[in-house]
Write a protein that binds this ligand. Sequence first.
Ligand SMILES: NC(=O)C1=CN([C@@H]2O[C@H](COP(=O)(O)OP(=O)(O)OC[C@H]3O[C@@H](n4cnc5c(N)ncnc54)[C@H](OP(=O)(O)O)[C@@H]3O)[C@@H](O)[C@H]2O)C=CC1
Ligand SMILES: C[C@H]1O[C@H](OP(=O)(O)OP(=O)(O)OC[C@H]2O[C@@H](n3cnc4c(=O)[nH]c(N)nc43)[C@H](O)[C@@H]2O)[C@@H](O)[C@@H](O)C1=O
Length: 313
Amino acid sequence: MKIVLTGGNGMVGRNIRDHATASQHELIAPRSRELDLTDGPATEAYIARVKPDLIIHAAGRVGGIQANMAHPVEFLVENLDMGRNIVMAARASGTPKLINIGSSCMYPRAAPNPLEESMVLTGELEPTNEGYALAKVMTARLCDYVSLSNPGLDYKTLIPCNIFGIHDKFDPAVSHLLPAIIRKVDEAARTGAESVEIWGSGEARREFMFASDLADGIWTAVERFDDLPGMMNMGVGHDHSINDYYAAVARVIGWQGSFTHDLSKPVGMKQKLVSVAMQREFGWLPSTSLDDAIAKTYAHFRALPAAAEENHP
Ligand SMILES: NC(=O)C1=CN([C@@H]2O[C@H](COP(=O)(O)OP(=O)(O)OC[C@H]3O[C@@H](n4cnc5c(N)ncnc54)[C@H](OP(=O)(O)O)[C@@H]3O)[C@@H](O)[C@H]2O)C=CC1
Ligand SMILES: C[C@H]1O[C@H](OP(=O)(O)OP(=O)(O)OC[C@H]2O[C@@H](n3cnc4c(=O)[nH]c(N)nc43)[C@H](O)[C@@H]2O)[C@@H](O)[C@@H](O)C1=O
């Protein structure tokens, strides 16, 4: 198939490109400087020219809780524009298949866990990432509307849990939990610091998948597109507390210090564990253990050029 991958230089996109199945397709992954997805006419012209059989939309303005709180306008508008433009460009050119990457932030803050796909739009969103979540919900709904009103076009949304891995962002201003812990504990190990600070009480819970497992799930969705439901979670089936993740990284790195808690820092959702019932029925499960995934991500972090100030303290 001829496949256009948006966000191909991001963490998820690079893992998609690095997967063995990528070589079986003609994969076209424009950087943002070649195709700015917030530019509607440029996006429409690009898709009309390339005429892909399938689009994987994995571009976005993405960041952890702090970045989302600091830039709600950008997280809403950029993600909404990118989602709208790629879906409408696909529709205009008659692209038959599209896989849109959503996020577990799309679920209401008070929805019971595990979060089932039918719970989207049943309640208030989590305020710390509301803008981003609104954009994600609207793009997913737009995919549904296009599929319903355009015979021959099938646009589907995958809803991953939190993701980490190789090609992650380690800059504390934008990082998600796992890369933030890796950077903090690595720094403590190298400087001989005796303690590391955890944001919040550490009792909130998160579900994290290794990015190369998500890439494997996305390729399975591409190859078995017709079996895929219109909206499907991608998760590991269990979560851990924030404190557990700090302990896991310390164990993998071999650092034996202690932890303190900064209760002034934002905590966000208490829990966001997605249901994997539909995913099981579809027939795909991730395979990398948490410790293996941390070890591989840590090795990647240590191999980053020391000159990259945003990655190495
Ligand atoms: N990381 C996570 O924990 C999770 C991520 N997701 C979703 O997965 C997807 C990928 O996330 P992730 O890989 O982590 O994000 P990254 O920030 O690593 O990558 C985002 C990519 O989007 C591209 N991009 C940003 N703005 C534009 C633009 N205006 N035009 C074209 N491309 C643009 C960037 O391209 P370039 O580098 O060329 O500038 C970059 O490659 C997103 O939809 C995200 O919401 C879902 C759940 C969890
Ligand atoms: C995937 C999803 O991810 C985002 O939501 P989030 O899960 O709340 O984001 P997060 O990974 O940054 O934090 C997870 C938890 O971890 C705690 N925490 C402890 N210590 C650090 C720390 O040092 N850094 C960070 N970032 N968090 C920390 C932090 O307090 C929070 O309780 C969305 O904005 C959105 O981007 C999205 O799609």
